[in-house]
Write a protein that binds this ligand. Structure first.
Ligand SMILES: Nc1ncnc2c1ncn2[C@@H]1O[C@H](COP(=O)(O)OP(=O)(O)O)[C@@H](O)[C@H]1O
Ligand SMILES: O=c1ccn([C@@H]2O[C@H](COP(=O)(O)OP(=O)(O)O)[C@@H](O)[C@H]2O)c(=O)[nH]1
Length: 238
């Protein structure tokens, strides 16, 4: 059997993708499919930490947040990621995985707080750690939380599982003529204002020399191919 390309990874799961074909919220079949993919790579012995977004429930810059104080809206978005993290951990438990949720915002009756050494311990024990509440700060995104936690835990790569199958020359949802990069440097992605991730997340990963792989969360088997080091998605590198 071939061995995985990585020992420890930070997986960023799109919150928005969780709603599947529904208008909002958590689609049961979708979360179960995501967890099946996660279980498959966890069984390969890869140490796995997950950051999940909250866009399926609340996004600080969405029309629904218009007129609201931005920081307040962002705190609502962070709380949305806590709900998704709990749903994800529960679905992982049902799939036979052991998961621990850690929150960047104090909410002790619900989930334990993020404590870095504890997170490292869980990873070494083979538990899947879910980082909830983003960075704990407004004006950031869960992509930046993924870059931050990925750096903190010494992940070898950030895997961004999203609705598109890689980084394109322009937003493929708006420009059908856009083409996909096999790989692209952080500097080029930032200079070209490619919106697949925010510039803060790109810059943090660049400075920490932490590569990012952008790939489809919808395409069957994509996550497994990514961790096996096969040709899939787009690699963003230093
Ligand atoms: N250059 C680009 N290449 C790929 N996707 C892009 C690009 N520019 C914008 N996008 C958009 O970025 C989206 C992914 O970012 P985001 O909304 O943060 O998703 P997520 O829910 O995974 O966090 C894609 O669905 C795509 O429509
Ligand atoms: O560190 C963070 C992470 C998230 N958010 C808020 O939480 C929302 C949901 O996260 P995100 O949009 O990144 O999720 P996804 O794109 O994966 O659905 C964001 O819009 C922000 O409002 C925040 O304020 N700080």
């Amino acid at each position: 059997m071939t061995t995985p390309a990585y020992k420890r990874v930070l997986l960023k799961l799109s919150g928005e993708a969780l709603m599947g074909d529904d208008a909002y919220g958590i689609n049961r079949a979708t979360i179960e499919r995501m967890v099946a993919d996660v279980a498959e790579i966890s069984k390969l012995g890869i140490e796995l930490a997950i950051v999940i977004g909250g866009g399926n429930i609340f996004r600080g810059v969405a029309p629904g947040a218009q007129g609201m104080d931005r920081a307040t809206a962002d705190y609502m978005g962070m709380l949305a990621t806590v709900m998704n993290s709990l749903a994800l951990a529960d679905a992982m438990r049902q799939a036979g995985l052991t998961a621990r949720v850690m929150s960047a915002i104090g909410i002790e009756q619900v989930v334990e707080p993020y404590v870095r050494p504890k997170a490292l311990q869980y990873l070494e024990e083979g538990k899947v750690v879910v980082f909830a509440a983003g960075t704990g700060n407004p004006f950031f995104t869960t992509d930046t939380a993924a870059a931050l936690r990925g750096s903190e835990i010494g992940a070898q790569i950030v895997l961004k599982a999203t609705k598109v199958d890689g980084v394109y020359t322009a937003d493929p949802k708006k420009d059908p003529s856009a083409t996909r990069y096999a790989s692209i440097s952080f500097d080029e992605a930032i200079a070209k204002h490619l919106q697949v991730m925010d510039a803060t997340a790109f810059a943090l990963c660049r400075d920490q020399k932490l590569p990012i792989k952008v790939f489809s969360i919808i395409k069957p088997g994509a996550l497994k191919r990514v961790v096996m080091g096969e040709d899939e998605g787009t690699l963003v590198h230093v």
